[in-house]
Design a protein around this ligand. Structure first.
Ligand code: AHR
Length: 324
């Protein structure tokens, strides 16, 4: 397969177009005038997140949307309070990137009671109750994890020995951490040669990724691969690998997710071997959804973002245009 053409199966998918979560078409009465949106962001701690925020703020501002923006500081409780504030403010649309998958049903019922449509961005939630949100936009995290595993299997396809893998996991209970893990396992396909010998939480952060990897390398040195669920933890792991006297990308292969500029630089230097993109620039797609919801038009239940994968072969074609 031509590697430049290896796009993940994450192409824009306007699935279930026009349907709500329960399969019924959700059409709200059309409104007029300036749209007010309440948006709750997870936190401000990374370049990925900053790019996501910038994209959303920019897309809404050029459409003259009045934005009430809140930052949850990685706290679900703070985020729920933010959303309750938006409900009190009687915003037209609520959008938020859920810190974790569970625990939002009650506040979403409050929003539904107040007839305020909710759009999930970036991360999704788990709920058994249909109709708590009108649409969800973001990456296919399971496909990202699976793509990482398929690369690992390809890289070690001729090996006869066991391949020891360290997994650095993101925020516990968050959709990307849960789904990337599931996708990675699915991608390994139960092949007994590939063994996850350690799974450590690195909370999607560089220092925590570094600390987690250092702890692993203190207890064992026979590591072949690091699968970091985002670039930041992977970049942290590079420092830990070097501190242990090993060469990242050579003695220990490193596979990550996101494709921020720092990650692409490390890839171009051979310190990271493969990166699956997770695209934070979802502002334009979110703005289209907000408009349609405001106008009472039917919206797709799920919008996947368009993403690709990076190797040493193609990274130099993209590294200069990466702004985050
Ligand atoms: O939800 C997207 C993930 O969250 C990104 O991979 C990560 O960098 C961020 O913390």
């Amino acid at each position: 397969m031509n590697r430049r053409m290896v796009f993940l199966c994450l192409v824009v998918a306007l699935t279930l177009s026009g349907c709500g979560q329960d399969g019924n078409v959700k059409v709200r009465p059309a409104k007029k005038g300036q749209i007010t949106v309440g948006f709750s962001q997870i936190g401000e701690s990374s370049l990925w997140r900053a790019a996501n925020t910038k994209s959303i703020k920019h897309s809404l501002s050029i459409e003259n949307v009045r934005l009430i923006f809140a930052v949850a500081g990685l706290s679900r409780e703070k985020q729920i309070a933010d959303i309750q504030g938006f409900i009190r403010d009687k915003v037209d649309v609520i959008a938020f990137s859920p810190v974790v998958e569970n625990g939002y049903d009650d506040v979403l019922r409050e929003a539904r009671q107040a007839k305020i449509p909710v759009i999930l961005t970036d991360r999704a939630i788990r709920t058994s109750e249909p109709g708590l949100y009108v649409s969800s936009i973001g990456s296919n995290f399971t496909a990202e994890g699976s793509s990482a595993a398929v690369w690992v299997k390809g890289e070690f396809r001729t090996t006869r020995k066991t391949v020891n893998i360290v997994e650095l996991e993101g925020t516990a209970g968050s959709a990307p951490a849960v789904q990337r893990k599931a996708g990675f396992l699915e991608g390994l396909g139960g092949d007994p040669r590939f063994r996850i010998v350690a799974s450590r939480n690195g909370n999607f952060s560089r220092p925590e990724g570094e600390a987690a990897m250092k702890a692993v390398l203190r207890s064992r040195r026979d590591i072949d691969v690091v699968f970091a669920q985002n670039d930041d933890m992977g970049i942290g792991a590079l420092a830990a690998i070097e501190a242990a006297g090993k060469r990242p990308g050579k003695d220990i292969k490193v596979v990550t997710i996101d494709a921020i500029h720092d990650g692409l630089i490390a890839l171009s230097k051979g310190r990271i071997n493969y990166i699956v993109e997770c695209n934070p620039l979802i502002g334009p797609q979110l703005m289209r959804l907000i408009k349609d919801v405001f106008l009472g038009l039917p919206v797709p239940m799920r919008v996947d973002t368009e993403e690709m994968v990076f190797f040493p072969d193609n990274v130099n074609d993209y590294i200069h245009e990466r702004e985050y």
